[in-house]
Write a protein that binds this ligand. Sequence first.
Ligand code: SF4
Length: 751
Amino acid sequence: MAQQVPDVDELEMEYQHLDFMEEMIDLGEFIENRRDEGEELQAQQLLVIQGIPVSFPGQPNPNQWIMMENIILSLSEGKNVLIESPTGSGKTLAFLCATLAWVHHQHQNQQRVPGGGETKKPVIYYTVKTHAQVSTVLKELRKTSYASPHINPLSNLKVAILGSRRQLCTNQDVIRNEHEESRDDACKRLHANFEINRQQQGQQLPLPTCPLYKPEEDDYFKNNRRCANGAIRDIEDITNSALVNQSCAYFGSRRQLASSDIVICPYNYIISSHIRNSVGIHLTNNIVIFDEGHNLQSVSCEEGSVSITLRNLRQIIDNCNNATRNPQAGGLLANKIRILSAALLNVWEWMVDPQTLPQTNADVLDAFRDFLDRDTVRNMENAVDYVINAIENEPTLGSGTAQEIRKFVSVLKLLYTRNAEGDGDNDDMILQNYFLQLENEGAVSRRLNIICLNASTVFGQISRQARSVLVTSATLSPLDSFQKDLGIPFEAPISLDQGIPASRYWITKVGSGPNGLELNLKSTSREVLALQKEVGQLVLKVCQTVPNGVLVFFPSNPFLQKMKRGWEQDPVEELGGRTIMSSINDAKHVVSEADMTDAVNTRELLRQYREQSRIGRGAVIFGILRGKLSEGVDFQDQEARAVISLGIPFAPPNAPTVFARKSSTSQLEYWRWYNTNAIRALSQCLGRSVRHQEDWGAMIMVDQRLIERAEDFRGMMPQWIEAETEAPRNQYNNFNDMIRSLQRFVAENNR
Ligand code: SF4
């Protein structure tokens, strides 16, 4: 919603507030700029929190106060922060203002110390899970006096936004020919040509290079920090801007890194030690923020795990052998590739040997002693580091193969890493942190699984290096489990109440449909036509009751497809002889996540959905729980007047990580972990609606098991959702009572 442009007196007052920054500002220009940006900017308030001046746009809400107090106190003491705060509570802004204020204050204090010399400001790494989140962070950043020159003309905050070549490459030929050669490989080949041309100093016809790669020029990106003042609003703006200026956004953003105050990057840039090292991210004494951090445990364990089949391994070995025969491979590079290939061949021979029986844990560890011990892994690590650097200029081995080897070696390295207590040599300790398995896969193949069970194996390195790690999300409950699973200490974790008035959201669990059929949506039940139709009629009824946009989340894509097929079959008498699907089409414009096969059509279908949800009969989107729409995509106001979750998104029991946990932990511990992960994913999708104070929406969780097994799931949802679903006013005798209550809720809010 557009913010009101403050009047001049109010602006002058804000100007006074900025005095604490001891910076001279031209008031006339300041007011003009504020008027230009009136849509986004709010009056700045000078607050004092935990003794530190904080400039904040507007009046913070109570949750933002609590967050900022907690953050500033923890930063001062070098502790970690864990805050669960509902969607729409303004956590991004609170986290930005509190950390920027603390860094600013800290730096000023250090500079005032006589003879203190030049001190380095802590860098803030703001990590995001999705592309869309980058725009959200930039939007919030621009509201602050720390970043926006429109509020404070002398603000000099330097921002870098990191991404992969897939996101930031600006060479149109490379992008166009991606089906023939990946952007990584094409860029490396052009890069190598650049080096060859340089060495030959014009003695031969130059090889083709990337015209946008200009390492020695003071190019557009080197000094340009327009991200903060509004010219750059998302990743597309960065690439477009680079294109206009004939620059490379990928290398440009990396050059910005060394002199940045705040770095916005994907999660894995921090989680993966390999990416940290190769990009040049240094965490020591710096601050790391994980927004939407609810998946950190699984992401960290994935980073520490690898699963490889005989076929994969053979392909990697063959690629290595081919690379060593490539005349471009210099002697040293070829030798390093041979070291890797020989070590991997030993693993392959062990896996393929008919005398090697399927085995787990201590047996696998015993076998590793013969061909994959600590020294071998160290040699492989040195070799793979060399190869990855060398192929930037000598692209003999595909970057995909090199990264697969790098991943395998880095997991082996973690496996053998001594833990904080220094007893990593001990097999028992390794087997507490890891599940090792060689399994048959079908009649002829085998798979080696090295599954990390303890997130602190990976995440502990980050928390030990950084000054403070700040984790927030709307769905971290239960907090004690979250801490335990992540394995790092947090100072007094907090779960904040919903700040949006209760009259603006309506939450219920539904166990039976319009015809009274019990809705147990376990995966096998998707085959039952009667159940498909009951679910379809429920979705239809909600679409007919709620205006504008409705989000419907299915537990998996096969479930979605089965349901849709059921809804397309047989006319239904109560629907005037129409099928359920055609009736849903009458009620809403239908968009499906299953059709979002690439970035381009995802953008287009989302655009269509957003547009249609705001006009006429509205729109419904069929999404998948744990899919790209259920997390990290904002649906505000009319875009989501109801969210329906169908089923519970339990992970497949045969997934390697699930099997590993089941085999390695107690029954009690396993079920706690398994249920918590499913309920957390379910809570995430509910948070897609009701995004701010004026927003409103209904949240409907459909599955009889949520009611029957309520005790098993207690404490696994954010408190405000749990309290609301259990409130007597939200218990209904039947489906029709529930729909009548929903109608009243819509009538009260849709004014
Ligand atoms: S140098 Fe930059 S623009 Fe050129 S190919 Fe590589 S990533 Fe793309």
